[in-house]
Unconditional design. Structure first.
Length: 243
């Protein structure tokens, strides 16, 4: 894990998304809606909702938008029903790709995802065709640009809280957990007054693909095209990238 920093990739992605705030808020609203629909509207009693709300606030989503999404899910407002799906396939150069979507129109979304893959030299596969190549992990980032955090201290505290692994990258610490331990580790580190730059349960590839430069460019175009869809929630891939 340590050799392939997800944090650098997240920074690149967030910089690219700065001009897409409206779509980002829409994605968060769908995520909050689904979590509240399945587990209730109280974030303290619904870990999935709490995580969705935390991610929305990290992107500066207004509280009114968050409350509206919860009310829609719990019957406080009239709203549409969203369904969650995952699409799997291979991008250009044999890069494994998983696309998680949340949509109120499966046919529309399927057509958009299929078009994005086809236009950029990829192919959609069956469910399970690439997901076996990824591991689901909790992932937390604590920035340390000024070097104020002692590596030994943060390592001991993270492991004590239940973390599986911790890696030091340029200007930050990356902490990995099993999914079921994620919330406890995150909350413990917050109680210790650490500022978490990123905290999510995500997918990590077991191996990485190194496509040719031309295929890598097409792969980035595929990602951008998928991200342009309001239905796209997350995109996971195993292309090796550099910061």
């Amino acid at each position: 894990m340590a050799g392939h920093s997800k944090w650098h990739n997240i920074q690149r992605r967030k910089n690219a998304q700065d001009a897409k705030k409206g779509k980002i808020f829409m994605r968060h609203a769908k995520d909050i809606y689904t979590a509240a629909k399945e587990g209730g509207g109280d974030p303290e009693m619904n870990p999935s909702l709490r995580l969705a709300v935390d991610k929305a606030k990290a992107d500066n989503m207004p509280n009114d938008n968050i409350d509206r999404a919860i009310k829609k899910a719990t019957g406080g407002l009239d709203g549409v029903n969203y369904e969650e799906f995952a699409y799997e396939g291979y991008g250009p150069g044999g890069v494994a790709v998983i696309v998680h979507v949340l949509t109120d129109n499966k046919n529309r979304t399927a057509a958009e995802v299929r078009h994005a893959f086809k236009k950029n030299g990829g192919n959609l596969g069956e469910n399970g065709s690439v997901s076996f190549m990824f591991d689901r992990k909790g992932y937390i980032v604590i920035e340390n640009e000024d070097g104020a955090i002692d590596e030994d201290d943060i390592t001991l505290e993270a492991i004590e809280a239940g973390a599986e692994d911790i890696a030091t990258v340029e200007g930050a610490f990356e902490i990995y957990t099993e999914p079921e331990h994620f919330q406890h580790v995150r909350d413990y580190l917050r109680e210790q007054q650490y500022d978490l730059a990123e905290a999510e349960v995500t997918m990590f590839p077991q191996t990485y693909a190194k496509p040719k430069e031309e295929d890598a460019e097409k792969m980035l175009q595929l990602i951008d095209m998928l991200e342009d869809s309001e239905d796209t929630q997350d995109i996971y891939h195993n292309m090796e990238t550099t910061a």
